[in-house]
Design a protein around this ligand. Sequence first.
Ligand SMILES: [Zn+2]
Length: 138
Amino acid sequence: MDWEELKQIAADPLCTIGTHTLTHPMLAKADAETMRHEISASRSRLQEPLGSAVHHFAYPVGDPGSAGPREFTAVAELGFASAVTTRPGMVFTEHGAHLHALPRLSINGNWQDRAALEVLLSGAPFAVWNRGQRVNAA
Ligand SMILES: [Zn+2]
C-alpha cells in the first residue's frame, strides 16, 4: 500500500488510522525513552503524510508482557484518545476509565470460520478466559 492509497482509506468516514510504533518492539521491554519515542515518532510519521491527526494506538504484540501500566500511562500522557492491547475481551462501560488498555478481539483466521467468529462475537469465550473479570488493565 502506498501513501495515496492510505490517504484514500483515511478519508473514509468509516475508517480510522491508528499507529503501532516504528519498529514493532515489545514496549514493556524497552527503556522509557525508547518506548516513548517509538510511540510518538510513529504518530508523527503517519500524521505528516496523511495531513490529519492520529488519535489511536495499538501496542505491538499487546499481551501483558509487552504492554502494561507504564505503557498505558505513556500513551495517555502523549495525548492518544485510546489504545488497544491484544488482551482478549469485549469492551464494557467500565473500559471508559481504561481507554488506553482496551481489550481486542483478534480476527486472524486461526480457528475462525464463520461459526467460530459468531461465538467469539458473543463474548462467551472471553467471559470464561477472563474468569468473569470484565476489565484487565493492570
Ligand atoms: Zn503488530
